[in-house]
Design a protein around this ligand. Structure first.
Ligand SMILES: [Fe+2]
Length: 428
């Protein structure tokens, strides 16, 4: 046994080492995303020590873990003072049977996650996918999360779209807030594809927390990409390229050219016939009637000036936005003018794109307010915390409803968007 005096010295030497992370090979922050390839799903998770990247899985109801897929891990060094190192694991499951449920866990021989399940996306053009969509959800005050957890786990949604602004902010406390947020959303994101776009709260260290933690289709680190589901083509893009030129002015033209090409392909008559709905998601809206000085409150909004004509030209049907911590449904609008289908049925064959702003999921910044008198193009506004449900029923009918968390899940707005014609033919 060591003399007491030596033990004390050893104790003093050890003390400053508190705060050093433990050896940690346990998987956490598990989430899935659709890579845009039929019959595939990507499983992403985090460890704090380097391990292998393995997913063991099987079809629901069968013997557990009969299938194995391996992937790899990338090292993410956070930009904060501690330069924390995270290992982000990605494994692509392929050859999945469309519409079949799968059970999985992930990790390695050094530690396995809990068991989760997901349903491989149905690939039929006749399928009617159901979405939950929202933006601006934080680690603190995530008002909508409990309801989303329950609804996702009982199978109400096929996909979740998070339209920018995560955690508030993922980089804070040397990215520990990002870790905690990803642990919180595991309860929804490990069960259905969690599809994202970047918001302003992700900007630090050149969006590195966003780029590293999510696994979106394509090769742009999730900044812009598109994918197909049922009768819809969904385009996700970054409004932030217009506001953070320090990370590359060229991103504006790169993204614009990509959007143009993607819209051209999606609008090809044979493609549009099979997937007639073109839906965009971007964080900062073109229009809003909030009482702040955000871009969307300005007549010459940068986002509107940059993209409205392009989206109109290719007949985008629906534009989903967030950033304002409110819900706002717009009448069909182009260049500030309302183009309702008719006075009685504004959303039946509208003659311009429809915009929805849904950034009220809940975060530490609480609500935003509205200007007293709505603009002409504003159809309905709510400051309740909540989120949006969307179902693309078929080639002509799309349904949206807004859920109020403040009113215990009450549906406070509904909209049927009905289109016999898509593309620019619809605007005539
Ligand atoms: Fe925002």
């Amino acid at each position: 046994m060591l003399p007491v005096s030596i033990l004390l010295v050893v104790g003093c030497l050890i003390a400053p080492l508190h705060g050093v992370p433990p050896i940690w090979s346990q998987p956490e922050q598990v989430h899935v995303s659709y890579p845009g390839v039929h019959g595939s799903m990507v499983v992403t998770w985090t460890t704090f020590n380097e391990t292998e990247s393995v997913v063991e899985y099987n079809e629901w109801g069968g013997k557990l873990f009969t299938l194995v897929a391996k992937g790899n891990a990338t090292t993410f060094v956070d930009g904060g003072s501690e330069k924390r190192r995270l290992f982000i694991h990605r494994v692509t499951l392929s050859g999945l049977k469309p519409g079949s449920a799968y059970v999985y866990h992930c990790g390695s021989e050094a530690g396995w996650s809990d068991i989760f399940y997901f349903t491989a996306l149905n690939e039929s053009l006749e399928w009617s996918p159901r979405f939950a969509l929202f933006g601006d959800m934080g680690n603190e005050n995530p008002q909508s999360l409990a309801r989303l957890q329950k609804e996702t786990q009982v199978g109400m949604y096929d996909v979740i779209l998070h339209i920018g602004d995560f955690a508030y902010d993922m980089d804070e406390d040397n990215a520990r807030i990002g870790d905690e947020f990803m642990r919180q959303v595991e309860s929804i994101a490990a069960y259905v594809p969690y599809m994202t776009c970047p918001g302003n709260h992700e900007y630090r260290y050149n969006f590195s927390n966003y780029k590293n933690r999510f696994s979106m289709p394509g090769d742009t680190e999730g900044l812009w990409y598109s994918w197909d589901i049922g009768p819809a083509h969904i385009i996700s893009f970054s409004t932030e390229v217009y506001f953070y030129p320090e990370f590359g002015k060229d991103l504006i033209s790169k993204q614009y050219e990509w959007l143009k090409k993607d819209l051209e392909e999606a609008s090809n008559p044979s493609k549009r016939q099979t997937r007639p709905w073109i839906i965009t998601m971007g964080h900062r809206p073109m229009y809003c009637s909030n009482a702040d000085k955000d871009d969307c409150t300005m007549f010459e909004s940068i986002v509107r000036r940059s993209l409205e004509d392009l989206f109109y030209l290719y007949g985008v049907d629906l534009e989903l936005w967030a950033h304002e911590h409110t819900y706002e449904r717009l009448w069909p609008v182009y260049k500030y003018k309302v183009y309702n289908g008719s006075a009685e049925e504004p959303y039946v064959n509208p003659r311009a794109p429809v915009h929805i702003i849904t950034g009220s999921a809940g975060c530490r910044e609480k609500h935003d307010g509205f200007i007293p008198k709505p603009r002409d193009w504003s159809a309905l506004r709510s400051t309740d915390y909540g989120y949006t449900r969307m179902q693309v029923l078929n080639s002509t009918h799309l349904y949206l409803e807004q859920v109020s968390d403040d009113q215990n899940g009450k549906v406070i707005d509904t909209m049927w968007l009905v289109k016999d014609r898509h593309a620019t033919a619809a605007w005539v």
